[in-house]
Design a protein around this ligand. Structure first.
Ligand SMILES: [Zn+2]
Length: 161
């Protein structure tokens, strides 16, 4: 699937995680701009004046039925557009190959240096999906290093230390 932010977030180092969510966030907020104009236009077409509470108007149902799905579509489109821009930046500015992009977006395999690392042995967390191994990991997150068995917190510190 199309690399969801949540999937990326817990395995990826903060620097790359926030870098990667910048464009999707930006375009999601930007989608409010066309929405505002659509809103005005629909209100005009339905003859809803600006100064009257919407729920008192006979066409308020139609207004909601048009504006809400439009909002959802625009918001999601903004999110996808952000990822498309990410892909373009990686391809044309960072010079990534298509196969590398496909791996990142379709298989969620990150480049090695994007992964969080074990504080004890510097092993990359990798893309293996291991569930929580201790009670503390269930409640507070984190992971167990496959190489040295270190219990790592979500902040990348060793729990035993
Ligand atoms: Zn380790």
């Amino acid at each position: 699937m199309f690399l969801p932010l949540t999937n990326l977030g817990h395995r990826c180092r903060a620097k790359y995680k926030y870098g990667f969510s910048a464009f999707p966030m930006f375009f999601m907020f930007l989608s409010f701009v066309p929405l505002f104009f659509i809103w005005q236009w629909v209100a005009l077409k339905l003859g809803i004046p600006n100064n009257v509470p919407l729920k008192n108007h006979p066409h308020s149902g139609a207004f909601t039925a048009i504006v809400l799905p439009t909002f959802a579509v625009l918001f999601f489109a903004g999110y996808l557009l952000g990822f498309a821009v990410n892909a373009l930046v990686l391809k044309f500015i960072c010079g990534w190959s298509n196969s590398r992009l496909r791996e990142l977006f379709l298989e969620s395999n990150l480049p090695d240096h994007w992964y969080k690392r074990c504080p004890q042995c510097n092993q990359a967390r990798g893309h293996l999906k291991a569930g929580p191994k201790t009670n503390q990991q269930i409640w507070w997150g984190g992971w167990t290093c496959p190489n040295c068995g270190c219990d790592v917190t979500i902040f990348g510190k060793s729990r035993s230390a």
